[in-house]
Unconditional design. Structure first.
Length: 338
């Protein structure tokens, strides 16, 4: 298949591009590089041993998006592109709604106009909101606690309505839990712009000396050590989930279907810190600070649907996640070059 990967220069997108190529597919990248650096493309091409077509395009621009589809003969789209910081979305809701929804609608319109109707959507466990049930299943009602989360809920609804209205569409909605890790080469990994919003890159930046210490938000939750518990998934396992979804859609006409991509195991903040300290052979200084409003004590994926229907499951351990994250961070202490 010839697959357009929107946001293909980003963290998850870049790893998925490599796995698409390794699986014998062709990949085309569309990215506006607002949250990624062009230098990642050289590294992708070096790892893949081939050139990769790249379009520098703002996907909210419908004319530019349609023009790209007119040039490329595509079979499917994996849609990663979008703003993704929960806290920033609370401060800038209009920006998030405009970018995330308009880009999705623009891509879908261009696909429809050019008879491309196989679509993999990058969704999130945020669509489960603050549901008190710790093990999240795909049949739970969707809701959100932030504008970012609502853009995922709304996009999922658009996709469900589209599949119901037109049975030519095959749509996979993949609900990620907490992606971490990096390519084993250390050449590509997570390079957040500015202040890291997620735990693993913050821990990695403390280990490499870019930040003084980690703030642990609360140690009095009803969990194994009092700190928050989350489901971490290696980005390589996550990328493999997208290939499995494409294979599923070629073999089975689900119309619209959602799958959780997670390990099914909960890991506490301090357990992750301990694992990273072993991987890096460095102390990770941290301090306990008050809980953040809205943080759930614990949740993780029930990934049994993906195991059964996609033939997919996670393979990387927490120690491997930390080792690969450290290899990336230690080899690239400042992230990608400008």
């Amino acid at each position: 298949m010839r697959v357009l990967v929107t946001g293909g220069a980003g963290y998850i997108g870049s790893h998925t591009v490599l796995q698409l190529l390794a699986a014998g597919h062709q990949a085309v990248i569309a990215d506006d590089f607002s949250n990624a650096k062009p230098s990642v493309i050289d590294r992708l091409e070096s790892l893949a041993g081939q050139s990769i077509p790249v379009y520098r395009v703002d996907l909210t621009d419908r004319a530019a998006t349609t023009e790209m589809f007119a040039v490329e003969r595509l079979d499917a789209v994996i849609h990663f592109a979008g703003f993704k910081a929960v806290g920033e979305s609370v401060a800038k809701p209009l920006s998030y709604y405009q970018n995330n929804l308009d880009s999705t609608l623009s891509v879908l319109a261009a696909m429809d106009a050019h008879n491309v109707r196989t679509f993999v959507f990058s969704s999130s466990a945020t669509v489960y909101g603050d549901n008190p049930v710790r093990e999240r299943t795909e049949d739970m009602p969707t809701t959100a606690t932030s504008p970012y989360g609502w853009t995922k809920v709304m996009s999922e609804q658009v996709l469900a309505d589209l599949a119901n209205a037109d049975d030519r569409w095959r749509i996979a909605v993949l609900r990620y839990f907490n992606p971490v890790g990096a390519h084993p080469s250390g050449l590509i990994g997570e390079d957040p712009s500015g202040f890291p919003n997620n735990l693993m890159p913050f821990v990695a930046q403390v280990a490499v000396g870019r930040r003084e210490k980690l703030s642990v938000f609360g140690d009095d939750y009803d969990t194994v050590d009092g700190t928050g518990v989350r489901d971490y998934i290696h980005v390589e396992d996550l990328a493999a989930g997208h290939i499995a979804a494409l294979d599923r859609m070629r073999a089975v006409d689900d119309g619209w279907s959602a799958w959780n991509l997670g390990s099914g195991d909960g890991v506490s903040v301090l357990a992750l810190v301990d694992s990273f300290a072993r991987a890096s052979a460095r102390e990770i200084p941290y301090e306990i600070v008050p809980r953040r409003p809205g943080d759930a004590p614990a949740y993780w994926a029930d990934a049994s649907k993906a195991n059964a229907e996609l033939g997919w499951r996670t393979r990387k351990t927490l120690d491997e996640m930390c080792a690969d994250s450290w290899r990336w961070q230690s080899q690239n202490p400042g992230g990608y070059p400008d």
